[in-house]
Write a protein that binds this ligand. Structure first.
Ligand code: NI
Length: 250
């Protein structure tokens, strides 16, 4: 059994949500954790968590929303965080890929949500793109733990995050031909890794180019197993334990 700790499930991307959940289960991927990170996708993911016993959610405003989120929206989020199947805050963080113009707005939104995570003792799921220094600096100021979503940095950065008490979310990128992520994975303990697809994006090989979904998690686990020279079953067992512990799924 595998856990997909981070995916996006929306009618915008999939015709038949029910079929997706059934296919995931058939592939042995259950439970799954949907990340709702805009006002609309938070509402939609909460709906699915009510419909399916093995669907959990993390919710939080993505840095791409930093220009639009009001204090009222944050109050709404705080209310939603208390729902039963909400297991974390995220994905939240910083994204300087398209520029830093609204850097201060991003940082402010990020920190306000970190405070919410502290208040409710929830793990955080961190989105950090071209913003490693600022992310680490800010995380050090808060007593939070959780997952660095879609980690694809260097070994040094990986170790820094691990020192801060974080696990690394490893996804399809590890299966890409020119990715150096496999080397990083072979040098960090399996106890610090959780599996994720970030579907519908970042589909693992050999299905690159197709739409991603949680059912492809075993391909990511296989690659990690070969990097670490262990069996896929062992990767499944350890990463499932890691995910359950982090998101309090038991
Ligand atoms: Ni994501």
């Amino acid at each position: 059994m595998f856990i997909d700790t981070h995916c996006h499930l929306s009618k915008e991307d999939y015709e038949d949500i029910n079929q997706i959940v059934l296919d995931d289960r058939l592939a042995g991927v259950t439970p799954i954790i949907i990340s709702g990170c805009t006002k609309d996708s938070i509402l939609e993911s909460l709906e699915y968590s009510k419909l399916y016993t093995d669907v959990f959610v993390t919710i939080g405003y993505h840095p791409s929303e930093a220009d639009f989120i009001t204090d009222e929206d944050l109050l709404k989020l705080e209310e939603q965080l208390q729902f039963d199947k909400v297991v974390g805050v995220g994905e939240i963080g910083l994204d300087y890929h398209y520029g830093k113009e609204n850097r201060s707005k991003q940082i402010s939104l990020f920190e306000k949500q970190l405070v919410l995570a502290e208040k409710y003792h929830l793990p955080v799921v961190i989105h950090s793109r071209d913003a490693t220094m600022d992310t680490i600096h800010i995380l050090k100021k808060h007593s939070v733990f959780g997952v660095i979503h879609c980690f694809s940095g260097s070994l040094e950065t990986a170790k820094e995050y691990i020192k801060l008490g974080f696990l690394l979310g490893i996804g399809g990128v590890v299966t890409f031909k020119n990715s150096k992520l496999g080397d990083v994975v072979s040098n960090i303990p399996l106890e610090k890794i959780v599996l994720e697809t970030d579907s519908p994006y970042l589909t693992p090989a050999p299905y690159r180019g197709k739409k991603n979904s949680s059912k492809y998690i075993p391909f990511i686990a296989e690659k990690i197993a070969s990097c670490k020279n262990v069996s896929v079953d062992f990767v499944a067992e350890v990463t499932t334990k890691n995910a359950k512990r982090t998101f309090h799924l038991d």
